[in-house]
Design a protein around this ligand. Structure first.
Ligand code: TYD
Ligand code: MG
Length: 464
């Protein structure tokens, strides 16, 4: 009988990299004394079959056949909707049975709250669901559920950290969704490593994914990301799961964003927007709510609103800028929520084409609401916010700014302008500053005045 070959290697506790020999310092991440000795069985004929991707999960019989593309039947992905619209949206329409999901985020951001709400909603619809709490006691979970108005919910709770026992319960109950809160606190008894160690995490995650694929239950694992950004957890298992979600937001503000980093069953562009209230998380379907604090008042200098495209929806976001005298010879540029290199380019264009002298100014740019502006359609808004702060002149209130900025200072056309304008009008904006290019082809939006600009100079003239 073929025997497994035992090989020794060293695994970094910090970054998860594999090294052939022991070293005092990990060559990948530079952490000291972080390499643990591991033995790996290779070519073991009894090893469980490798977990195929998503397609294998749904059609295990097809896994070893060679097919031409035309022969492959279209994949029907069934969904289990939680009725929490924002959560379903970021999942791509709900949970896919048999899929593995990772929900990462800083401690205290609201992961347990969101998942408990999702489970309670599924239980209310008559689905069998299981919440495995490895961090808190069953009583603590009950207390939280009461706060969420789900104290009497039929959802099943298991306070356990031993994966063998968890696995036995999953096989017995066959729930549509299991939540493991958190994957860093459970352990596989056959593995000598401590819970949360790299090898435990990999073993537990692989076993849970196997359970999901074999039993058809969707498995959602919670993984903590620490404040320092040391991803001793979620990053290590991202490649094993089907969907990776990150819970973001800052715990000083009440809004939260669930972002999708990977999705084998849908787009990664969608966002889920929530607000943390005294009774749990509340979905924000109207993006204007993100701006609520400042939306009503007249815009002071240095604040410009733009419409960003995130997945299928238009989000209105406020860009704020501030310019102040810099210390001799070291002007600072600090950016949050936008690409710093892009902002540096915009500042250069403002200097050269807009005639603004910013070389001796510290420039700060902030996108309010925790949104990250990824596409260049926010260029014009960032440029005008900086110009407005610098000149201490504001735009008329209820004005929205859209457009990409070229190196020549020209305003360039952007994608899906009509959708953005319609959304702005719906939310009460009266004027839109847009690129003049192909403006004739733009459908009229009743009630919204269009201020077409060819370049940054013309836009700066609009500052009153
Ligand atoms: P929690 O879900 O425990 O975070 P995580 O699982 O990501 O560590 O959320 C913790 C915070 O949320 C805590 O500071 C209390 C707050 N919270 C509310 O504001 N409202 C609520 O209804 C609940 C349940 C929690
Ligand atoms: Mg928690």
């Amino acid at each position: 009988m073929a025997k497994a070959k035992i090989r020794t290697y060293f695994l970094c506790r910090n970054c998860g990299s594999m090294q052939p020999k022991w070293m005092g310092k990990c060559p990948e991440c530079g952490a000291w004394d972080a390499l643990d000795e591991m033995t790996k069985a290779t070519a073991d004929p009894h090893r469980p079959r490798a977990l195929g991707g998503a397609a294998h999960a749904l059609h295990p019989d097809h896994a070893s056949e060679v097919l031409t593309l035309g022969e492959i039947p279209p994949l029907e992905v069934p969904r289990i909707t939680t009725t929490l619209d924002e959560f379903d949206r970021v999942l791509g329409g709900g949970f896919v049975p048999g899929s593995a999901i990772l929900l990462g985020g800083e401690p205290g951001i609201g992961k347990s709250t969101l998942l408990l709400q999702a489970l309670a909603a599924l239980a209310r619809q008559g689905h069998e669901v299981l919440y495995v709490t490895s961090e808190e006691s069953a009583q603590q979970t009950q207390l939280r559920a009461q706060r969420l108005g789900a104290g009497q919910s039929p959802l099943k709770v298991l306070a356990e950290t031993n994966l063998e026992k968890i696995s036995a319960q999953i096989q017995k109950l066959r729930p549509v969704l299991v939540v493991i809160d958190s994957v860093q606190m459970i352990y596989q008894p056959s593995n000598p490593g401590a819970p949360g160690s790299v090898s435990q995490l990999r073993d537990c995650c692989t076993e849970l994914v196997y359970l999901a694929k074999a039993g058809g239950s969707a498995v959602c694992m919670v993984g903590h990301v620490t404040k320092e950004g040391m991803l001793a957890g979620p990053k290590l298992i991202e490649h094993i799961v089907d969907t990776v979600l990150y819970f973001e937001g800052d715990s000083h503000h009440d809004h939260r964003i669930v972002r999708c980093a990977k999705n084998r069953f849908g787009t990664t562009l969608e966002l889920g927007l929530f607000r943390m209230t005294g009774e749990g998380l509340e979905g924000i379907s109207d993006s204007a709510n993100l701006l609520l604090e400042t939306h009503e008042v007249a815009k002071p200098a240095g604040s410009v609103i733009t419409a960003a495209l995130q997945g299928s929806r238009v989000l209105l976001v406020e860009v704020q800028a501030l310019t102040v005298e810099a210390g001799l010879g070291n002007a600072k540029r600090k950016v949050s929520g936008a690409d710093a290199a892009r902002v540096a380019m915009i500042i250069a264009v403002l200097e050269k084409r807009g005639g603004l002298r910013l070389v001796d100014k510290d420039v700060f740019v902030n996108v309010v609401g925790g949104i990250r502006l990824g596409d260049p359609s926010a260029d014009a808004a960032i440029a005008l916010a900086i110009a407005s702060a610098h000149m201490n002149r504001g735009l008329a209130s209820n004005t929205i700014v859209l457009g990409e900025l070229g190196l020549l200072g020209e305003f360039r056309a952007i994608a899906q302008l009509p959708q953005r304008l319609t959304e702005a009008q719906r939310l009460g904006f009266l004027t839109a500053v847009v690129p003049a290019h192909r403006i004739k082809a733009l459908p009229k939006v009743p009630g919204l005045q269009i201020a077409a600009c060819k370049n940054i100079d013309e836009a700066i003239q609009l500052l009153g």
